[in-house]
Design a protein around this ligand. Structure first.
Ligand code: DQA
Length: 156
């Protein structure tokens, strides 16, 4: 039987405090709950989710590099690094995997500095403003991208 493809679900700085962090912006769902939802949806879509969170840009870069050859795709909420990190962008451009970027809040409705994400130019799709549900939408999108890649003969 073929091995279940893995996806890396990567959450950036301060997302470990979800549930108590500005719930009026980010909702009441904790990261542990989001990760459990993601594990379940990934399984439904024939994928295995490897969920990680870091407050450190370098650690995120290292994990993205490690996904090359071991994972079939990446779901990333880079948190504030979305708006600052060329290093995370470069890592995602190098990894040659489908990438979906997620934000709980609608970053286009907030402060001007949040409206630009470096990461978006390495992402096939971006989902924002749907809270925790956005992660499930992103897994569905990623599963389709991985399926499409297989269907077209490209390496997923
Ligand atoms: C966020 C949006 C970012 O601007 C912010 O710095 C975060 C969370 C979101 O999920 O809405 O940490 O990525």
């Amino acid at each position: 039987m073929a091995k279940t493809p893995k996806i890396l679900i990567l959450n950036g700085p301060n997302l470990n405090t979800l549930g108590t962090r500005q719930p009026e912006v980010y909702g009441h769902t904790t990261l542990t709950e989001i990760e459990a939802m993601c594990q379940a949806r990934a399984l439904e879509r024939g994928l295995a989710a490897n969920c990680r969170q870091s407050n450190s840009e370098g650690e995120m870069v290292t994990w993205i590099q490690g996904a090359r050859g071991t994972c079939a795709g990446i779901l990333i909420n880079p948190g504030a690094y979305s708006h600052t990190s060329v290093a995370i962008l470069d890592a995602l451009l190098t990894v040659e995997l489908p990438v979906v970027e997620v934000h709980l809040s609608n970053i286009h409705q907030r402060e001007t500095f949040r409206r630009h994400s470096y990461v978006s130019s390495a992402a096939q799709g971006v989902i924002c403003g749907f809270g925790a549900t956005g992660y499930l939408m992103a897994i569905d999108g990623l599963a389709d991208l991985i399926g499409n890649a297989k269907g077209s003969g490209k390496k997923a």
